[in-house]
Design a protein. Structure first.
Length: 414
């Protein structure tokens, strides 16, 4: 029998030689292979200025046209795609063992959701609607107009496919998650009540459908910038975490750091995000590292990966239009915090929301008075260019704790 050198293993000849190779090419994981097999574009980048401009191709499995969006830092953590529903048509019926949520970019229509031999639940959607598909339920998206509709989806398909590596398990599984979908008539009726999330007390809406996340009211939060508003939708019992936030016109977020997984999606206004590895420090422009800082400009509906590589990354968001900058941030099932959703850790241990605590207090948020001065200068110039006025008052950049204008940094309920 011929010697197959590629598949024949040899022990080292002596104790000085090491087995194997020191460098290798990363192979595709099951979800990567799944995307490639679909025959539609796969966008891999730091961000997308406007998803409406992406090239789409026919997607036979879905019955429309589409493209995958796998921004840097989300690989294996969660997936995204944009899909076009033909005018007067519908997507194919689906059922799968991964979570899925949708943001309607353009158009209006209905979604049908049902269990085997159960009644169909039908609800209407429009531009700006957000809804989630309960895990492993049958569902179909129908376009109610003669023009194409465009939807952005976030899924946990990478998590499920990479773990089980079985298409049959993912797409042909009969298990019913009764705790996720109880088949009641008002399941997809909007619920407007605001409750505190169980971990940090931030505003949460337990609802499976929001008609318009572009214009809905947001409670005052103040963690990212003065006047910052925010709410966490908790959809269909899913582990997929997201929030909707808004910075006032003329004010920008503090720089803050965390590990990869977060993608911000612009809903209203125009803006840009700077992101850089925390290893560069808090003043990368002044310290000669400008070429290592990534900038992504966006408008509705643009996307940016807040932490595009491994390790902690600082990122900072700037709205540069006459209207507020409203964003939704999608984390998948990987948020350190977020209501009842956490990454793995030892139960009972004390945790800190490092991204909301200033670095001088042991957190990972950069106070305005310690940030790179270039950021304020550039921001004010960008606002002047569009006829908007900065509201970043001088007192925001003063460190003195006895300044009467400085608001309290205490957390409500702490």
């Amino acid at each position: 029998m011929p010697h197959d050198a590629a598949n024949h293993w040899h022990e080292p000849a002596d104790e000085f030689r090491r087995v194997g190779v020191g460098k290798f090419v990363r192979p595709p994981r099951p979800y990567d292979s799944f995307m490639e097999e679909q025959g539609i574009p796969i966008v891999r980048d730091f961000g997308v200025s406007k998803v409406q401009n992406l090239a789409l191709k026919p997607w036979p499995r879905m019955g429309g046209r589409g493209a995958f969006i796998q921004l840097y830092g989300t690989e294996g953590l969660w997936g995204s795609y944009v899909v076009e529903v033909p005018g007067g048509g519908a997507l194919n019926v689906e059922k799968h063992m991964y979570e899925e949520q949708f943001l309607v970019i353009e158009g209006r229509g209905t979604t049908e959701v049902w269990l085997e031999d159960g009644k169909k639940h039908v609800f209407e959607w429009q531009r700006g609607s957000m809804f989630a598909i309960p895990l492993n339920t049958y569902h179909r998206i129908v376009n109610a107009s003669s023009s194409p509709a465009l939807l952005l989806a976030g899924t946990t398909a990478p998590n499920a496919m990479n773990l089980y590596a079985s298409r049959e398990f993912i797409f042909s599984n009969s298990f019913v998650f009764r705790e996720r979908f109880d088949d009641r008539d008002d399941f997809f009726k909007e619920k407007e009540d605001i409750t505190p999330d169980p971990l940090m007390g931030r505003a949460m809406r337990r609802t499976n459908f929001i008609p318009d996340i572009i214009n809905c009211d947001l409670p005052l939060d103040n963690r990212r910038s003065p006047g910052y508003r925010r709410v966490e939708p908790f959809l269909a019992g899913n582990q997929f975490y997201q929030f909707i936030g808004q910075h006032e016109t003329g004010r920008y977020s503090k720089g803050h750091a965390h590990a990869p997984c977060a993608v911000l999606i612009c809903l209203q206004g125009k803006g840009y995000t700077y992101t850089w590895p925390a290893s560069l420090g808090i003043r990368p422009f002044s310290d000669g590292n400008r070429d290592k800082v990534v900038r992504v400009d966006y408008e509705p509906v643009g996307m940016v990966s807040a932490a595009p590589m491994s390790g902690d990354w600082f990122h900072q968001h700037f709205g540069v239009s006459k209207e507020p900058l409203r964003l939704t941030a999608w984390f998948g099932p990987n948020a350190t915090f977020g209501g009842i959703i956490t990454v793995a850790g030892q139960p009972g241990t004390s945790e800190t929301d490092e991204a909301s605590n200033d670095i001088r207090d042991g957190g990972k948020s950069i106070p305005y008075d310690e940030e790179d001065p270039y950021l304020r200068e550039e921001y004010e110039a960008a606002l002047r260019a569009v006829g908007a006025k900065s509201r970043m008052e001088d007192w925001l950049y003063r460190k003195s704790e006895d300044d009467e204008k400085r608001p309290s940094t205490d957390f409500i309920g702490s």
